[in-house]
Write a protein that binds this ligand. Structure first.
Ligand code: ACO
Length: 208
């Protein structure tokens, strides 16, 4: 984040931004929250575009943090009235995961990269994925998926042999609640312009 150290307004914004980045965003709970999944370490809440302003404000706050981290600038959803946002709320009452999804009609499969000693790894390639130009039917597009950095790919108590898998649980829950009465297959979901981490996650999740 760019700021002028001598400007009190910028200073305050910087402190607030830093605090959110390090501490995460608090969630104290709403009377009318829509809990779509419950776990041993938290719950997932669904927020829809016509929800009360306090819920929308929370989503905007989280989205701002996520977009800053992803380097996304003003990504406008194709169907703003049909966007579904899932927030993973931890036991400590913090937003530790976010998934934003929208309806889509088609998607383009990422082509597998050639591998060899001369070929840079997927991380080094950054975001230059090659996609097929043949559209395939799809139902649900994940425009953003994000997990608070301290909760990524984490194990909780080793003896319980339970991994955090917050992103996996967010996508599982999305597949269950995106369309009433059906559980979407991995072929019906697509990830929008994934980051290297997003691509590694999607490849593992979709088994592709
Ligand atoms: N490298 C390799 N494998 C990975 C990675 C990775 N970076 N991230 C996840 N996986 C694998 C895990 O090993 C796991 O496999 P398993 O279930 O067989 O054990 C599986 O994917 C599920 O992983 P989770 O633990 O559920 O993933 P996590 O909670 O750590 O979140 C995420 C993954 C969302 C990509 C996280 O790393 C993150 O927030 N990154 C920064 C933001 C980002 O880049 N988001 C994607 C943007 S693209 C988009 O939004 C469409």
């Amino acid at each position: 984040m760019i700021y002028a150290a001598s400007n009190p307004e910028d200073e305050l914004q910087h402190v607030q931004h830093h605090h959110r980045f390090v501490e995460g965003i608090k969630y104290t709970g709403w009377k009318k929250e829509r809990v779509v999944a419950e776990f041993w370490d938290g719950k997932i809440v669904l927020v829809l575009p016509r929800d009360p302003s306090y819920a929308i404000r929370k989503v905007e706050d989280v989205q701002e943090l996520v977009d800053n981290e992803l380097g996304f600038q003003q990504v406008v959803p194709k169907y703003p009235n049909k966007t579904k946002t899932l927030l993973f709320i931890s036991d400590e009452k913090k937003v530790v995961g976010c998934l934003i999804a929208e309806p889509i009609k088609q998607a383009f499969r990422v082509l597998s990269e050639p591998t060899g000693p001369e070929t840079p790894s997927s991380k080094e390639c950054q975001r230059a994925w090659q996609c097929s130009d043949v559209p395939e039917p799809a139902v649900c597009g994940i425009s953003r998926i994000w997990v608070f950095r301290l909760k990524r790919r984490k194990r909780i108590a080793r003896r319980l042999k339970r991994r955090k898998r917050i992103a996996r649980r967010l996508v599982d829950t999305l597949r269950n609640c995106f369309m009433f009465g059906c559980f979407l297959s991995t072929n019906e979901i697509a990830f929008s312009d994934p980051t290297p981490d997003g691509k590694l996650f999607a490849t593992k999740y979709c088994n592709t």
